[in-house]
Design a protein. Structure first.
Length: 70
């Protein structure tokens, strides 16, 4: 699987009401990955408008912090 870029989770925007992390995509939309995907250690965020994907970089400490958001 090919990814467009690798992005640290700290560089992403988080919407607590939807529990989704966002990051700007070159197409004008936003890559997105849910807190549930992060909790399951899924690391690929997808853009809903194009075929680009990014790898989200997070460590166990980040995971523990974000897992308490729910």
């Amino acid at each position: 699987m090919s990814v467009y870029d690798e992005v640290e989770i700290e560089d992403m925007d988080f919407d607590p009401s939807t529990k989704i992390f966002y990051y700007p995509c070159p197409c004008g939309d936003r890559f997105q990955i849910t807190i549930e995907q992060i909790k399951n250690k899924y690391e690929i965020a997808q853009c809903p408008s194009c075929s680009l994907q990014i790898r989200v970089i997070f460590d166990q400490n980040s995971y523990e912090i974000y897992s308490k958001i729910e």
